[in-house]
Design a protein around this ligand. Structure first.
Ligand code: PEP
Ligand code: MG
Length: 601
C-alpha cells in the first residue's frame, strides 16, 4: 500500500511509504541535513546578554578559524581561486545585518543562539525560494554552511552521533544515508520518519534489518516537527501522526497492541518449516547487512542467509577492509549459519550505496546508472580479487556461495568468473583450503539480464531475483525518489512478466531461482512468485520471516499456480492485487490472517 492511495483524514496525520514494520509512539528527535539536532531553550531575561556574548564569541572563533584555513589554502595553492569560498564565508560572518538579526531573535524570543540561527535560516530559506535567478538562489548554500558551522561551534563542535543518544527517540529527518543509519544505537532509536525515499531505499532496508519501524517519503514532515514533539510512526501502513490528540493516541495504542499480539503468536511458531499444504517445502532465508545481524537469524527461524550485502562493510570507512578483515567476517558468517548456507554477494557499491572515505570514488552525475556493483569491481580488479580471496578462504569453514550483483550481459559474468578462476589458482598455489566447487550465481535485477537469462544461465549455477532494482530499472524510476514511488508497483503486469520470463529461462536451463528483493517478504507477491515457477527459496529481512513462514504454511502451490496463471493475463496492478487478495481471503483465510494482520484495522 502506498501514500498515493490515501486521503488524509486528519490534518496531523501524514501518509508516506511503509519501509519497516511495527508501530511506535514516542518523542521526535529532528536531525537537519547536516546531522545537527538543534533544540530550543527558553532563557530568563538575565541570561540573554550572556547568550548574545556566547553567539559573538562563536562567530569570532569561526572567523579566526576560516581566516587561518584560507591562509593555509592560499600558501598551498598557486592561485587564489580555491580560497574564494573561505572569503565568501568570512564575508557572511562579517555581515552586520545577519549578526544583528540573530541578536534580535535571541532577545525577542528569549531563546538560545542555536535556535535563533535556525529561525533565521528558515526565514532566509523562505525568501530565497522566491528568487527566480538560480545563481542567487544557490548562494543560500553558502549561508546554510556558515550558519551550520556557527551552530556546530555552539553545540561544542559535535555533530549528532546517533550512537550516543541517551533516551529513546523517533528520528525525524529529511534524509538518512546508509552511513548514518549504520551507526545507530537500536536501543535508543525506536522509529524513523523520513521526508525522502521509496519503499526499497536503504534507510528502510537497514531499519527493517534492525527491526525499527520506519516510514519514508513523508515529503515535508521534518519541517513541521520540532524535537521533543510527541509522534506516532506506523511502519505497517506508512502513517505518521504528529502531536496526536487523545483519541488518536488511543487508536494507535490499540493498533500497536494488536500488532504486538500477532507478532508474539508468530514467533511461537517460527521454527516450524514453511511447507505448503500440498507438501512443497520453501526455504525461508535472511538478508543481512552485517555479520552482527547473524545473532538474530535463529531467533526468527531463518534457514540460512540468502543475501549478504557486503557493501555495508565498506561504507562509512576511511580505509576499506583488507583481505584478513573480510576473511574473518565471512568466516563468521559461514560458521554461524551452519548447517545452512550463506550467499555472499560481492561488493554492490555505488548507486545509492555510496562509500565514504577511501579514494575509490568519483562523484557521478547519475550513480544508479553509473560505475556500480560488478561494473565497479571489474574496473578495480584488485578490490574484487581481495574480496574473492576472502570469500573463498572463508568457504573452508562452512557452506558459502558467491553471487555477483547487477550483471547485465554474459561478458561481465564470464569476466568475473575468469578472475575468480585466477584467484582460485592463486589460493591453490599458496596452499589455502577452500571449497573448489563453490557455487556461483548472479542477481537478476536488470531488464537486460532477464532478456538474456538463457545465455547467462550457461555460466552460473543459480539466479537470485533482486526485485528492488529490477523494478527500478524496468520502470525507469529512482528507487530513492518518493515522487515517482507510485510507479514502484511489484504487481504490475510488466514486472510479473519479467519474473515469469526469468523463471522459464531458469527452468529450461535447470537452474534454481530464489528471490531476495522486497517482494519475497510480501504475501501477495510471494504467492505469485511461488505460482509462477519453481521458486522454492525466498530471502527477506529477518523480521518478516516468522510471518512469511506462517503464510506459506497456509497456502498450496497448486492453487498459487492457477492464480498466477490468471494474474499474468491481467493488465493492471490494482486489478491483480484485488484478484489475488480476494482469492486468498476465500481460499486461505489463515494465510490472510498471517499475511495481512499487520495492516488490518
Ligand atoms: C534488489 O535489488 O532487489 C536487492 C536485493 O539488492 P539491493 O536491495 O541490495 O540493491
Ligand atoms: Mg539490487
Amino acid at each position: 500500500m502506498d501514500g498515493h492511495t490515501h486521503k488524509p483524514a486528519e490534518e496531523n496525520v501524514l501518509f508516506g511509504i511503509p519501509a519497516s514494520s511495527g508501530i511506535v509512539i514516542g518523542k521526535a528527535y529532528v536531525l537537519d541535513r547536516h546531522m545537527i539536532c538543534v533544540l530550543e531553550h527558553i532563557l530568563h531575561e538575565d541570561e540573554l546578554d550572556a547568550e548574545i556574548d556566547r553567539f559573538h564569541s562563536a562567530v569570532d572563533q569561526l572567523r579566526a578559524e576560516l581566516s587561518e584555513l584560507a591562509e593555509t589554502a592560499r600558501s598551498e595553492s598557486e592561485m587564489d581561486i580555491p580560497t574564494l569560498i573561505f572569503d565568501a564565508h568570512i564575508q557572511i560572518l562579517n555581515d552586520p545585518l545577519m549578526l544583528k538579526e540573530v541578536q534580535g531573535i535571541i532577545e525577542s524570543k528569549s531563546c538560545n543562539a542555536e535556535w535563533a540561527l535556525k529561525s533565521l535560516l528558515e526565514k532566509y530559506q523562505a525568501s530565497f525560494s522566491k528568487i527566480k535567478d538560480q545563481y542567487f538562489r544557490e548562494r543560500l548554500n553558502d549561508i546554510e554552511q556558515v550558519i551550520t558551522r556557527i551552530q556546530r561551534r555552539l553545540i561544542q563542535g559535535e555533530t549528532v552521533s546517533l550512537a550516543s543518544l541517551t533516551e529513546p527517540v523517533i528520528i525525524v529527518s529529511h534524509d538518512l544515508s546508509p552511513a548514518d543509519t549504520i551507526q545507530l544505537n537500536p536501543a535508543k532509536v525506536i522509529g524513523f520518519a523520513i521526508d525522502v525515499g521509496g519503499k526499497t531505499s536503504h534507510a528502510g532496508i537497514i531499519a527493517s534489518s534492525m527491526d525499527i519501524p520506519a516510514v519514508v517519503g513523508l515529503k515535508t514532515l521534518s519541517q513541521r516537527v520540532r524535537s521533543g514533539d510527541p509522534i506516532i510512526v506506523d511502519g505497517n501502513l506508512g502513517e505518521v501522526v504528529h502531536m496526536p490528540a487523545k483519541d488518536q493516541f488511543l487508536k494507535y495504542t490499540k493498533r500497536r497492541q494488536r500488532y504486538l499480539y500477532f507478532d508474539q503468536e508468530l514467533h511461537a511458531q517460527k521454527h516450524l518449516a514453511a511447507t505448503t499444504i500440498d507438501g512443497e517445502k520453501v526455504k525461508v532465508l535472511a538478508n543481512i547487512e552485517s555479520s552482527q545481524d547473524l545473532a538474530h537469524l535463529s531467533e526468527h527461524g531463518a534457514e540460512g542467509v540468502g543475501l549478504y550485502r557486503t557493501e555495508y562493510l565498506f561504507i562509512h570507512r576511511t580505509k576499506w577492509p583488507d583481505e584478513e578483515e573480510q576473511f574473518e567476517d565471512y568466516k563468521k558468517v559461514a560458521q554461524s549459519v551452519a548447517p545452512h548456507c550463506a550467499i555472499i554477494r560481492t561488493l554492490d557499491i555505488g548507486g545509492d550505496k555510496l562509500a565514504t572515505g577511501g579514494d575509490y570514488f568519483e562523484v557521478e552525475p547519475n550513480p544508479a546508472l553509473g560505475l556500480r556493483a560488478i561494473r565497479y569491481c571489474l574496473s578495480k580488479p584488485e578490490v574484487f580479487r581481495t574480496q574473492l580471496r576472502a570469500i573463498l578462504r572463508a568457504s573452508a569453514f562452512g557452506k558459502l556461495k558467491i553471487m555477483y550483483p547487477l550483471i547485465t550481459m554474459p561478458e561481465e559474468l564470464i569476466h568475473a568468473n575468469y578472475i575468480l578462476g585466477e584467484v582460485k589458482g592463486e589460493l591453490n598455489a599458496q596452499g589455502h583450503l577452500f571449497d573448489k566447487d563453490i557455487e556461483v550465481g548472479i542477481m537478476i535485477e536488470t531488464p537486460s539480464s532477464v532478456i538474456i537469462a538463457d545465455e547467462l544461465a550457461k555460466h552460473c549455477s543459480f539466479f537470485s531475483i533482486g526485485t528492488n532494482d529490477l523494478i527500478q530499472y524496468t520502470m525507469a524510476i529512482d528507487r530513492m525518489n518518493e515522487r515517482v514511488a507510485y510507479l514502484y508497483q511489484p504487481l504490475s503486469p510488466t514486472i510479473l512478466r519479467m519474473l515469469s520470463q526469468t523463471m522459464s529461462a531458469a527452468a529450461k536451463a535447470g537452474l534454481s531461482v530464489s528471490v531476495c528483493g522486497k517482494m519475497s517478504g510480501d504475501p501477495i507477491s510471494a504467492f505469485l512468485l511461488m505460482g509462477m515457477g519453481s521458486v522454492r527459496e525466498l530471502s527477506m529481512d529477518v523480521h518478516s520471516i516468522p510471518r512469511m513462514k506462517k503464510f506459506i504454511r497456509s497456502i498450496s502451490v497448486a492453487d498459487a499456480r492457477e492464480v498466477a496463471r490468471q494474474a499474468l493475463t491481467m493488465s493492471a496492478a490494482e486489478d491483480i492485487k484485488h484478484f489475488v487478495t480476494a482469492h486468498l481471503r476465500k481460499a486461505a483465510p489463515d494465510a490472510v490472517a498471517a499475511g495481512f494482520a499487520y495492516s488490518a484495522e
